[in-house]
Design a protein. Structure first.
Length: 423
């Protein structure tokens, strides 16, 4: 795996946000629900998107990805119903193809996704939900086998936790199953709304996305359509925090500012200057910022995917902060690496207690997951001296043109491809 080397920099100027990874992935699973052509725009060039496209091709779909414009065209029938381990191993979101393939072909099989650095990542809500929708779901030597059965006319699926993936998986499958399906305690993230828009443009009849109750009235079949995905709110938040944590100022463009209210509230509590337009935000670090307490929660709460990044910002604040992680309770692998850079923080159960320090010191740190790696790069820009972030391929999973975008903001950054093969 390679490294990213960064030196102390003040990030400032303008940056343009790409299409949302966490919208592209469930939508690329949902295109399996029709053989007709689907044209998608603003799909970001990311390794996770490439993996999902490989999965679609493995299933037999024709996929053309025009990387220079971000347009993806998918068409043709599903020819194979098994998704291979080497693809599912790379990215758990690929599990969401299980239901669409089974509903179209009668059955499908995929390996049970593994855990990752941010937690165990179970899929029990997905499986229990599919069973309520009439599927037979069995385990066989690490594989999950799903067979379409008979769905009762009216079904309500209650999610024990507002799981993003389970909500997306079940609403996609229920779209073409007879009768009505209600998902109670559904996730409310903006990406759910984008998926609902795509499915309805394909001829589905779904309402309620963005609330905790989604109503799906099944239709016989779905058809082709053209769809532009929403901007990536987590990429946007990452650059906003990067600019502020390095004492800079700038404008982040092509961002749905209404998707990040919890971030704006936290930053204003900390003393940042935030001027929001409808699709851009202007931010400025105003002297030293203050510590503040943050509860990480499902949307519209503070997003877990910005938790590592805001921790970097608060590590340099005046005073004490407490950040409580209520989504992935063990998502703290980055904390130890930040302490190695001179941060003063400690973990108590699912809370990080941060005492702000004057400065961080550059050193060699290890990236563990997508967002932790982005946070360590930001810490490197803020720290004195030079920082090497190793195992850095994680960042290419979720940040399009990340080296170019940080460089354009004045970041001193370079990527050193690694010799050691990916583990
Ligand atoms: C999605 O993951 C995102 N990924 C994650 O972003 C994001 O962190 C997460 O939602 C929470 O917002 C994509 O959209 C591709 P969950 P997902 O199901 O769907 C538990 C990134 O960096 N759970 O909402 O896997 C689970 O363990 C990634 O872009 C079960 O117990 O997350 C967690 O504690 C990281 N059983 C909580 O629910 C299940 O069957 C929320 O997980 C499913 C989930």
């Amino acid at each position: 795996m390679g490294s990213i080397i960064v030196e102390k920099s003040v990030l400032q100027g303008e940056v343009e946000i790409s299409g949302a990874k966490n919208s592209a992935l469930p939508i690329l699973a949902a295109v399996l629900l029709t053989d007709e052509e689907i044209v998608l725009h603003k799909i970001p060039v990311l390794s996770d998107v490439e993996t999902m496209i490989d999965i679609l091709r493995t299933a037999g779909k024709n996929v053309v990805f025009e990387r220079d414009t971000g347009t993806v065209k998918v068409s043709g029938p599903i020819l194979h119903t098994h998704v291979p381990y080497e693809l599912v191993r790379k990215m758990r979101a690929s599990f969401n193809v299980l239901g669409p393939i089974a509903v179209m072909m009668g059955e499908s099989s995929t390996p049970l996704p593994g855990g990752c650095a941010i937690g165990v990542r179970p899929v029990d809500f997905h499986i229990e939900g599919l069973k309520k929708l009439g599927f037979d779901v069995n385990y066989d030597h690490g594989e999950i086998l799903a067979r379409r059965g008979n769905k009762s006319e009216d079904v309500t699926v209650y999610l024990p936790f507002p799981s993003v993936g389970a909500t997306e998986h079940l609403m996609s499958v229920a779209a073409v199953l007879p009768g009505t399906t209600v998902i109670e305690n559904a996730a409310m993230e903006p990406e759910i709304g984008d998926l609902q828009s795509l499915l309805n443009e394909m001829g589905a009849d779904i309402s309620g996305a963005g609330t905790s109750r989604i109503l799906i009235k099944g239709v016989k079949r779905l058809h082709g359509c053209e769809h532009t995905i929403i901007p990536d709110r987590i990429e946007a938040g990452t650059y906003v925090i990067g600019i502020l944590a390095t004492g800079g100022e700038g404008i982040v463009r092509n961002v749905r500012t209404d998707h990040l209210d919890a971030l704006w509230a936290a930053l204003e509590k900390a003393g940042a200057v935030v001027k929001k337009g409808e699709n851009f935000v202007e931010i400025k670090s105003w002297n030293k910022w203050r510590g503040c307490d943050i509860d990480v929660l499902p949307y519209p709460g503070f997003p877990t995917d910005l938790q590592p990044q805001i921790i970097v910002y608060l590590s340099l604040a005046q005073g004490t902060s407490m950040v409580t992680e209520n989504v992935f309770k063990t998502r703290f692998a980055h904390v130890g690496e930040l302490v190695r850079m001179g941060a003063n923080m400690k973990i108590k159960e699912n809370t990080v207690i941060i005492n702000g320090v004057e400065k961080l010191q550059g050193t060699t740190v290890m990236g563990t997951d997508l967002r932790a790696t982005a946070a360590l790069v930001i810490a490197g820009f803020a720290a004195e001296g030079e920082t090497e972030v190793t195992q850095v391929e994680h960042i290419f999973r979720g940040y399009e043109n990340v080296i170019e975008k940080f460089s354009k903001l004045g970041g001193k950054i370079r990527y050193v491809p690694g010799g050691v093969p990916e583990i």
